[in-house]
Design a protein around this ligand. Sequence first.
Ligand code: ZN
Ligand code: ZN
Length: 410
Amino acid sequence: MKIDKRADKYAELIIKSGINLQPGQTLVLSSPVDAAPFARVCAQKAYEAGCREVIMRWSDEAISKETYLHADNEIFDTVRPWKADMLNTLAQEGAAFVTIYSQDPEALSGVDPDRIRRSALASGKALETYRELQMTDSVQWCLFSVPNPAWAKKVFPEVDETEAVSKLWDAIYATVRVSEFNDPIEEWRIHNENLRTRKEKLTGYNFKYLKYKNSLGTDLTIELPEGHYWDGGRSHSAKGVPFNANVPTEEIFTAPKRDGTNGIVYAAKPLVINGDIAENFHFVFKDGKIVEIHAQRGQELLESAIATDEGSSYLGEVALVPYDSPISKSGILFYNTLFDENAACHLAFGDSYPCVHGGAQMTKEQRRAVGLNDSIMHEDFMIGTPDLSITGITHDGKEIPVFIDGNFAF
Ligand code: ZN
Ligand code: ZN
């Protein structure tokens, strides 16, 4: 992995703007071992910014796969208390959490999806405190990516591995607004401002329903909860520190009403989920619940994912991304949700962000009562196409075009 001028700027962007690490703050840095050279630069930048301590969490996909294939069957239902305690305690102490997300899209192909589901459920339960503080943006967190060879070859199969990795670096730098000559931190300030203007406008409409249609066959109505707001771009932690949870990000999102989605929705891109790929699939919704899945590839993967817990078969996020967004215009299919979700309108099944006024301060029961979903899962899938139309319907029945031909109507 080469650390050139752009890599250095990228690491600086993550520490100073993405996570916006504060002097004296602890940083929990999660990284695959393959990304160690980049993780080291992040740690160095963190200490330059006055970090109290960088706590590393290393992972390795090859070993994870071995574990899923061969470890004792019982280990997938339990999490060692000290393992959960580490993250729960650090989150309560107000640490910042940076994760380098760099996966082989097919890393876990051939693994029993039920082992993955049980393991996700067990760690979801054990890490409830940590998850809650993250989903409510109470703690600063930031997810970003660097290439790895297997991923790069999946994105650019026509060139050799070295060139594929180099092309993937270029593609990532373009999406995260890093070039040799610009000031990425300033570019992100402007970008976050633009996202803010758009989310305020959408919140102002206070739509009751969104109706989706396109030529793939999508015909879906999503009800939005009373008092919802649209979020996106800059988040603010409980201590008021602004940060970007995802780098890149192009989306404006809110939470749907748990039982208010009906119709059919077609995926517009493949989805990497639980270490493998689902492709050409659609869901049928009835009163909020996914009641049918039809997939050309990944049927079992999707069925297992939505069966994780009670909330995983309901929607938790509605996100708008124009078809002419920069990532979409690159024409690259990234096989990585962090990028692909920012190239297309998407939905997520599973947990909701608390996008109703006062939601972050509500208990789980209160959130459920205002119509928000909860789950240990949160999985985005892409539905935006160049011909997607979305119509907003207000509480007094007015119909307002939100998307025409894949882009914002206003
Ligand atoms: Zn999203
Ligand atoms: Zn999401």
